[in-house]
Design a protein around this ligand. Structure first.
Ligand code: NAD
Length: 392
């Protein structure tokens, strides 16, 4: 099977779907790689590095689509809503498309891929199981975001993170509060601790308390019911719950130098957890990094894609954070893709390394969106139905 990699065309996207080392690893599993010239440059990977690992570099996107059985992308369909149109024209029947696709927010673009009769896989749909962890792009990219958020906060805060005892006096450590301790939040806790801050955190899922504490942070106890939903995710709560949560968090937030918010409910708009009143209560110079900005934001003053200063508080609503660490984000993404492609090989010992999409496999079934001209994923079909209902 030939895997094709093209330049990412989403504005500001610097990552690439495969890195040279993974090209070498794929070759051992029987996959060849064809890559568009310059596709890895913005992430720090030169064409020559791909060639050295056995990839064929071709000058145009069209040549990649023409040659490849599988197209691996960072952003396909809804994850690149304007740019994907050009790719639809290059796709051919039976081709396999693998990448993030934002299928629940743009199911219409999944339907477009179905019209092209490709087999499209949406990597956001990977089940949250132990076996799937090595292919989970949401986890690997959230790790990048959690780390980066803390560095941004440290950069913007006019204070040290660690405690210092110097001849010029003692400096108290920064107080960092992390709201939402999923993958990004836990990485933010670990990074802020490494920088010497005093870290506390809260999550609506009580099971996370132990993980927070094992990283050396304090779990902020709140008299609230559990918001644990299915599959390790949070469930959506009613407005009364969020009102009470905001009330209980007001003093913690007022007392924090840095607040990093990551709270999300899958498929829903992010809950508003920090109001303007709460921002007013923070000391001037404090910093909020809202990692939920792309999903509407956890702070009501967040402007997605911007950093604003309101009531003396810096509020950043960064978008596409993983692209800011494109080298390692691409390396991690590529490893996820590698594991995902290897999972398409037969698990039957006698047919080792034979490509087999028809095998029974929960990860293939869970991510397979289009097949033979149809949208075949139940959740995507439901999203399509809802979108159609909304338009009617
Ligand atoms: P996410 O990005 O959907 O949400 C981030 C966090 O926000 C979650 O921890 C959620 O509980 C929290 N949250 C939601 N509403 C909140 C509120 N009102 N106040 C405070 N916090 C709130 O979540 P995620 O990072 O993708 O991870 C969710 C869970 O899935 C974690 O337990 C993670 O360990 C688990 N997970 C499992 C696998 C796997 O097994 N393969 C992979 C990735 C994540």
């Amino acid at each position: 099977m030939k895997v094709g990699v093209v330049n990412e065309t989403y504005p500001g996207e610097l990552r690439v779907a495969l890195v040279p080392d993974i090209v070498g690893q794929l070759a051992k599993k029987g996959f060849d790689v064809v890559i568009e010239a310059g596709a890895g440059v913005s992430a720090g990977y030169a064409d020559a590095a791909y060639e050295a690992k056995g990839a064929t570099v071709v000058p145009s996107r069209k040549e990649v689509f023409d040659a490849a059985d599988i197209i691996a992308q960072v952003r396909s369909a809804g994850a690149n809503p304007d740019g994907c149109q050009a790719d639809f024209d290059l796709m051919r029947e039976g081709q396999i498309i693998v990448g993030a696709a934002e299928p629940l927010s743009r199911p219409d673009l999944v339907a477009k891929m179905a019209e092209k009769k490709v087999s499209a896989f949406g990597l956001e749909l990977i089940p949250r199981t132990t076996r799937a962890q090595a292919m989970d792009i949401l986890s690997s990219m959230a790790t990048v975001s959690g780390y980066r958020a803390v560095l941004w906060a440290a950069d913007k805060l006019p204070k040290f993170f660690p405690m210092f005892m110097t001849a010029a006096g003692t400096v108290a450590p920064a107080k960092v509060f992390i709201m939402g301790a999923g993958v990004a939040g836990l990485q933010a806790i670990a990074t802020a601790k490494r920088l010497g801050a005093v870290v506390s955190a809260y999550d609506i899922r009580p099971a996370v308390k132990e993980e927070i504490m094992s990283l050396g942070a304090k779990f902020v106890e709140m008299d609230l019911e559990s918001g644990a939903g299915e599959g390790g995710y949070a469930k959506e709560m009613d407005e009364e719950f969020y009102r009470k949560q905001r009330e209980l968090m007001t003093t913690v937030i007022a007392d924090s130098d840095v607040v990093i918010t990551t709270a999300a409910v899958p498929g829903k708009k992010a809950p508003i957890l920090v109001t303007e009143e709460m921002v007013k209560g923070m000391a001037p110079g404090s910093v909020i990094i809202d990692l939920a900005a792309e999903r509407g934001g956890n702070c009501e003053l967040t402007k997605a894609g911007e950093t604003v200063e309101v009531h003396g508080v810096t509020i950043a609503g960064p978008e596409n954070v993983p692209a800011t660490l494109a080298f390692h984000a691409s390396q991690m993404y590529a490893k996820n893709i590698y594991n995902f492609l290897c999972n398409m090989l037969s698990k039957d010992r006698e047919r080792k390394n034979e490509f087999d999409l028809e095998q029974e496999d929960d990860i293939l079934a869970g991510t397979w969106m289009t097949k033979g001209g149809e949208v075949v994923h139940d959740v995507v079909k439901e999203a399509l139905g809802n979108a159609a209902g909304g338009q009617a």
